[in-house]
Design a protein around this ligand. Structure first.
Ligand SMILES: C[S@@+](CC[C@H](N)C(=O)[O-])C[C@H]1O[C@@H](n2cnc3c(N)ncnc32)[C@H](O)[C@@H]1O
Length: 240
């Protein structure tokens, strides 16, 4: 399964049925590019860019594979610290952070980043009055602008998958794919506090993902969830 199939399978997650199919790229490598994501998050009518209204920002949501409701049992089992500092990598316009925030007062210190300035602007406008403790920052997951050991939990839902989109052999990804994923994981290791956790939620099976996640400072654990299609919840706890 790849991103294009995910987009079709998860159409029902787009509550307002408003993710246009014409934004699905012909070449999956487009998912690695900021220009692609900025284009995708713009409002388009008949292929013309339109002004973003608050009505658009408030209703335009898309969660790639699964929502907070599906993930809540896993989060409850693994997010156990009090008032943790949480970093959401590649937040997009998913409702995951808002749902986490609304469901539990313990999860209010969420910093959301995405390299698309367009989506960060929309998310800030959507949330800054209703979810005051959350932050929205334009940032690349491969180059985090945070000090070492600044977060208790780092969450990636589908973002590393975008970095891994490749046309070649999935068993033997291109060097630049390997390098980009390495940069993301190295940055996560750096910004996590000792004892902190990296949670990566993906459709990517362990034989394709595990080798990119392995580091001396943690053990990679995996839980499978989902019924028709299987998804994977990778959990890495930083030991030191
Ligand atoms: C597949 S979407 C997932 C969005 C959201 N996490 C979800 O679960 O619905 C990937 C997101 O990651 C962002 N992204 C991709 N590469 C990135 C990078 N190198 N740095 C920061 N954000 C990135 C994209 O702009 C997009 O919003």
């Amino acid at each position: 399964m790849d991103h294009q199939e995910i987009e079709k399978n998860e159409k029902n997650n787009d509550k307002n049925n408003n993710t246009p199919y014409e934004v699905i790229p012909d070449d999956v490598r487009a998912y690695r590019d900021k220009e692609y994501w900025n284009m995708r998050y713009q409002k388009r009518v008949n292929n013309q860019i339109e002004m973003i209204t608050s009505e658009f920002t408030n209703t335009r949501t898309f969660d790639w594979f699964k929502t907070y409701k599906d993930l809540k049992p896993l989060f409850n089992a693994h997010l156990t610290r009090n008032s943790p500092k949480i970093l959401m990598l590649g937040c997009g316009n998913s409702t995951l952070s808002e749902d986490l925030y609304d469901d539990n007062a313990n999860y209010h210190q969420i910093t959301n980043i995405d390299f698309s300035d367009i989506v960060i602007d929309q998310m800030y406008k959507r949330c800054h009055e209703t979810h005051k403790e959350m932050q929205w920052l334009v940032m690349d997951v491969r180059d985090l602008k945070f000090p070492d050991a600044s977060f208790d939990y780092v969450i990636d839902k589908g973002t590393m998958d975008a970095l891994m989109c490749d046309k070649g052999d999935v068993w033997n990804p291109d060097e630049d794919v390997v390098e980009n994923v390495k940069k993301e994981v190295d940055e996560v290791v750096r910004v996590l506090k000792p004892g902190g956790k990296f949670i990566y939620i993906t459709f990517g099976q362990p034989h394709f993902r595990r080798r990119h996640l392995e580091r001396d400072c943690w053990k990679v654990e995996v839980e499978t969830f989902g019924e028709v299609f299987h998804y994977f919840f990778y959990l890495m706890t930083k030991m030191y």
